[in-house]
Each structure stands twice: as C-alpha cells, then as structure tokens.
Design a protein around this ligand. Sequence first.
Ligand SMILES: [Fe+2]
Length: 583
Amino acid sequence: MNILGINAYHGNASAAIICDGRLVAAVEEERFNRVKYAAGFPAQAIAYCLKEAGVQLAEIDHIAVPRNPYARLGTKLWYALRMPSFARGRAKVLAKFTGIREALASSFEIDPASISGEFHRVEHHQAHLASAFFVSPFEQAALLSADGLGDFASTMWGVGTGNRMKIEDAIAFPHSLGLYYTAVTQYLGFLKFGDEYKVMGLAAYGQPEQLEAFRDIVRFHANGGGKGFRLGLEYFVHHRTGPEMSWAEADKTPTLGKLFSERMVRKLGPVRAPEEALEQRHRNLAASLQARLEEVYLGMLRKLAERTKIKAVCLAGGVAFNCVANGKIFDNTPFEHVYVQPAAGDAGLAVGAAYYVWHQKLGKPRSFAMEDAYWGPEFSRAEVSATIDAKGLARNGYVVQGLPEEELARRAAQIIADGKILGWFQGRAEWGPRALGNRSIVADPRRGDMKDILNRRIKHREIFRPFAPSILAEKTGQWFERSHPSPFMTLAYAVRPEKRGQIPAPTHVDGTGRLQTVTREANPRYWRLIGAFEKLTGVPVVLNTSFNDNEPIVCQPEEALDCFQRTQMDALVLGDFLISRGQ
Ligand SMILES: [Fe+2]
C-alpha cells in the first residue's frame, strides 16, 4: 500500500512516500527549486518520491495532507467575524487546499479523475505529533508539538502507545510560543523566515537581564493556573490583524507580517533596524527571550512528564528545533529519552500525515523507526563521474582521483587536519534542515580561527552563529556532559570543560555544542571519515556545516561542484572521487 504525504501551500513545502509502512523517500521542495523554505506546491518533491518508490500517481492508495480547515472552526469564525481581512485570507487558503487534486493532476499532466487515491486531511499538530512518534523507536511516549501556528493551534500534546496517539489538549490561536519567538526576533531586526535560529545563537552572548519583562510577555504558571501558557496580548498585534503568512509567487519565499505591538517597544526599548549594529542590549534581550522560552517549554514538559509518568518524549514543531532548550530536558524534567526527527518543523508534516493515515486511520501495526536522516535523492557513481566530466574539471587545473573507501577517508581526514576546508557529498540527501554528513562542509574543530575562515571564505554568515560538531557516537560521553544520542543535531550539550580548548571551533560561546552523534550503522562513510581524523589527531570530532552558501543545501552533484568552484573550498569529496584544486 502506497501513501503519499504532501505539505503544500505552507513554508517548507515537502513530500514523503511510505510503502507498506516503510518510509521510502522524503524531501523538501527547496532542494529542487533552490528557494530556501519554499512554500507553494511541492511538485518536484512529489515527482522524486514517486520515482524513488517506482510508482505512478495512479498507484497511490492514500494522499495525506497535513491541514484540516475544519479544525477549530468555532474559534476561526469568531476571528473571521471581527477581521474581514482574516476571513478573506482563510477563504483563499481553503480554496488552494481543496485544489490539491487539480494541482497534482496539472503538475503531472494527467486527468484529475485518474487519481484514485483517497484524500485525507490530518490536522496540522496531529501530523506534527505523528511525524515524531510513529517514526520514533518508542513503544510508548509522551508527545508535544509546539510551533507558530497551524490549523489555528500552536501547541498540542498527548500520549502515543503502539500504533495509536491520544491527544490530551491543545492551545489555540493567538497564544503561541513560536509567534512569541518570531515577534521578538522581528523586534531585534531579523525579519526573514527562519531567523529565529539566528537569535537562539545570539542569546548565548547575552545575560537574561530582562527576564521579568519576558515573564509578562509570556505567562505561565507551573503549578496549575490553566492548561499552559498565555501571551500577554498587549505586546502583540497578530490577534487583531490576523497571522499574515504569505509568499511571493515569484520566488515562493514565505514572509510573515509584523507581530509585535508598540507596547513591546515601550517595554523593551527601541526596535533594532536590520542594518543597525548589534549591541549588548540586543544580546541580553535575545538571552531573555530564550530564557523565558526555556522556562515555559521545560515547564510544560515537566507537567507532561508528571501527568503521564512516561520516561520518553517525542517533540515536533518549529519550537522543537530549539536545540538549546532540548539539551536541558534531561536536567530539568523527568524525561530520560528524547526523540526529535530530523525534519521537526513543517517539512516533517508530510511524513507525519502519511504515518497518521497508516497507523491512526488504517490501524496498521508499527514496523519502522527513522534512525537516520538520509531520505533524499542520491546519485550513482556513473552519474557523479559524468557530471565531473561535463564540468571539464580535469582540463581546468583540478586534480580528480577516484579512490577506494579506506584511502578516501584517510586522504580526506588529512586534508581536514591540515586546516583545509572540505566539501563532503555522499549518498542520499538529508531530510530536514541540517546537513548530517552527506551534504556537509567539514573542517578541523581544533582551530580557534576556523569559524572566521569558514565565514570569510564560504558561508558568509553572521559571526555570532555557531558551527556544529559531529562526533563518533561511542565517544560522546568523553567530550560532552551528556551522552544521550543526538543523531539529527536537535540537542545541544555542554562540552566537557577540559575538552573545550581542544575543539574551540564548534564550541559555542556558552560552552555548548549542537552535536551530531554519528554511528557506523547510520552513516558508515562519515563515521569512517571521523574515525580517520581521530587516528591522525586524537580528536573524534569534526566541524560540520551544511554544504551551501546562502542557498538551500546542495542536492545534486552539479550544485556541489558549482558551490565548490564558486567558493574558496579547498577540496571536495564527491562520492568516490576526491577533487582538489591544482597548484
Ligand atoms: Fe507547524
């Protein structure tokens, strides 16, 4: 049985396919159309999923869409009556969603009537929860989804047991931890979709001096006092103007309207314009924002743990990408096991909706756990070789060598240990926003100046943003204060104080690292590379950043070669080939 999950007309458009309960492919549309966080209809992602599964659209039995316009209809109507512009916006969205069959048919140039699969609407947060629990290794887990807004809710929680989820409760619009974080992110002058994660990085440079103010902006009573948090609505405008998410058809980049009110400005001081210099005041505000998020998020998790008495938790939604908060779960809640799938944000809804149908609707038993993130396109040795030939690299002064596995790892590790920057392109592309050793740029973690070098030569990111470490999973406890697996870079732990001097490049200013624990099973080639680096240096860690330069992560060999040639990367491993710049 084939189930296609489609996250369309929403940021992070994506598709996933499961065949008889096994995930076969999952990918974001941005990897194909090269627009970061692309919204719209994910036609290319769907085409890839069908190709990978070897099925035609007509052979799809169920089509799962993570959106249910009928969820919380009462609340929506209440707002629609007060905000005509909001009502118009919802009507437009609804029209788009009812047109998914037509969009599919026109993308694949077939008759809409030939799509025989049954359509299912899965509520946004239920799809989020399904995206985490049904692919987790847990038989039973507490579940929490938290994000900006989806189907008029921002937060949902419950319990998963076997092939069923039981939803306990939800928090509806306008109260939202995601919108809270976005509002302050905008106030701090970061206006792009996804900039919340930059502000999370900035927070480590400040002190939470304004925590009291933020306790008024988000209100939470850990000991009772309602079912969760509430926003101090006087600091916001979205409950009056509607949550305006739109995207320009031209480039399909999602944008969100202004969320904070003048009251927030009076409370926190002047707004920072995007081009204005960052001052300590801004860093302290970021730290306060983050500290309050952690209080509320960890407080909710504590309540969930106490109520359910379950030791495992699955997290999803954009807030679940807050790796700093996630890393604090073990010390601040009774939970002992945490699972956050690699696409915890809205891209993951495609997987969640599909598994929701398979388990919750069809009652099929569990048989799959997502233990690695490699669900995207891959390219054969012949395809890689043909791309290298087509680019004429050998004629243009580059040295191209096809090497056996062991030597490839050894040579690549030497390049890294020599302080050079290496592109590392292998196998299937990662699902989710993190490069996890298949579309990565790898560098020496021992060099304090590596962050600056990477930024200057390739990444061009804000200087306050940290780079992440990949570590051999079996060595985690020797280098970090925690050894719980973090295979998808969704948890940050403190680096052991005595080790911080040895890996300064991926250690953040607060002494933490957003680590990837690498096992031989999940990624044998990457594991071998890090092992070879350890043999040379005694350090089982490499710095890992995504293979891109202010664009979506590269997907095809051609994009990797373009990025390599365009930037000042020293060498590139493309499948079995080592490519270096000739001298
Ligand atoms: Fe979401």
